[in-house]
Design a protein around this ligand. Structure first.
Ligand code: CTP
Length: 408
């Protein structure tokens, strides 16, 4: 699977460094050629000799060692690789990457690299949750760096929590998936601007309570990722979720339907494709209570007012944009979907029965039907949300092309 691929494996200091040997071994068994770059602290956890023996490739530790080739070594290494994996990636190295520091061989190579970079963070739970680390991970993700994990569980420091490096087989699978999907992806959307909305909006009642829905954001995030992988310039306007934004995607965080509408309208004119996967609340409390609502011993009636229909307003405003709506239904799926598509003037509508097993909120898979304004319909079988997203990229691109030919 990885024959002919040259992977540069960066190892930083952390107890998880012992697992890098298994990563190198798995990559090698899949046919990859491996070069290893270790930071000085990594060499305290696992020896260069171990890594050299397992990877069968060169191991670099020192910026100023006798060169192994007559090129400028950090540049030559960066150019030769098809992919760079840093596992484990310490909080320190992630911070250096975010700030562009080049104070050792690994950080210097990382600054020169122009191929995809994957990092598998590993650190103590508190270090992982520190705002500086979170900010750095966000920066790296927006810059297109793929972040694998971390997992949660028992940590070497004796605590439980998030920060354990993902298991070697998971890391290697991510890399295999990357090469597999980039070999398959025939769609090139360079230069196209795509706006995706995701997550479920929250309508605040008082400083601590809100009306919300069960949307996990997984479908929208998968769509943003699939379009970014196809080369598009993607902006994701997202209501709160627990997900990490996909690499290379510009993310705008919102909370309520009104905020989402504001951000979407600001961005709309310059977009080529807009996909509204967000679950937008139709109603919000008529008034926001500045202080926490106290119980009175009696029932409480909330007055709600209707929110703007963002998708409908885009359908009315559209010029050249290709607009895709979503519909979450629980009955009469197709009829309700068709009616929604006409009402909101979208170019396509993706419907799913959110009560079906293997579909809808929180699930990692989905079962969708795609409806078109001319009455045509395409039913996709159950597949992962990322697979659905990739199919949508292909279907949207093909439908847009047909539309453009027709209007020429
Ligand atoms: N949508 C929107 N603004 C709203 C409500 C929905 O932009 N205020 C969008 C959603 O992002 C989705 C589509 O409209 O793309 C359909 O959402 P859905 O909740 O299924 O439909 P509603 O229009 O809200 O209709 P209903 O809840 O009555 O079925």
């Amino acid at each position: 699977m990885l024959h002919g691929k040259h992977i540069l494996l960066g190892i930083t200091g952390g107890i998880a460094a012992y697992k890098s040997a298994e990563i190198a071994s798995r990559l090698r068994k899949l046919g990859a050629k491996i070069s290893v770059v270790m930071t000085e602290s990594a060499t305290k956890f696992i020896t260069p000799l171990t890594m050299r023996s397992i990877s069968s490739g060169p191991v670099y530790t020192d910026m100023f060692a006798e060169p192994k080739t007559w090129n400028v070594e950090h540049i030559a290494l960066a150019e030769a690789a098809d992919l760079v994996l840093v596992a484990p990636a310490s909080a320190n190295t992630l911070a250096k990457m975010a700030f562009g520091l080049a104070d050792n061989f690994l950080s210097t190579v990382l600054l020169a690299v122009q191929v995809p970079i994957f990092v598998a963070p590993a650190m103590n739970n508190a270090m992982y949750h520190h705002p500086a680390t979170q900010e750095n991970l966000k920066t790296l993700s927006e810059r297109g760096i793929h972040i694998i994990g971390p997992d949660s569980g028992f940590q070497a420091c004796g605590t439980e929590g998030v920060g354990r490096m993902s298991e070697p087989h998971v890391i290697v699978e991510e890399i295999e998936n990357y090469f597999r999907s980039s070999a398959k992806s025939s769609v090139d959307l360079k230069g196209e601007k795509v706006l995706v909305t995701a997550g479920g909006t929250r309508e605040m009642l008082d400083p601590v309570r809100y009306l919300g829905n069960l949307s996990s954001g997984k479908m929208g995030y998968a769509i943003a990722r699939a379009f970014a992988e196809a080369g598009a310039e993607v902006t994701l306007v997202t209501a709160p979720t627990s997900l990490t934004p996909p690499p290379g995607v510009k993310t705008v965080q919102v909370v309520s339907a009104q905020e989402m509408q504001q951000e979407v309208l600001k961005l709309f004119d310059e977009q080529d494709i807009v996909i509204k996967a967000a679950a937008v609340a139709d109603y919000r409390p008529a008034a926001f209570q500045e202080q926490k609502i106290k119980k009175t011993g009696q029932g409480l009636i909330l007055e709600l007012v209707q929110n703007p229909d963002i998708l409908k307003s885009l359908g009315e405003k559209k010029t050249h944009q290709f607009i895709v709506g979503f519909a979450a239904e629980t009955q009469n799926i197709i009829e309700n979907g068709l009616a929604k598509m006409r009402k909101k003037k979208t170019d396509m509508l993706v419907v799913n029965d959110v009560t079906a097993e293997g579909a809808g909120f929180g699930s990692d898979t989905n079962i969708v039907s795609i409806l078109f304004p001319d009455g045509q319909r395409m039913d996709l079988p159950q597949m992962s949300k990322l697979e659905v997203a990739k199919r949508l990229v292909q279907i949207i691109t093909a439908t847009r092309k047909k539309q453009q030919v027709r209007s020429d």
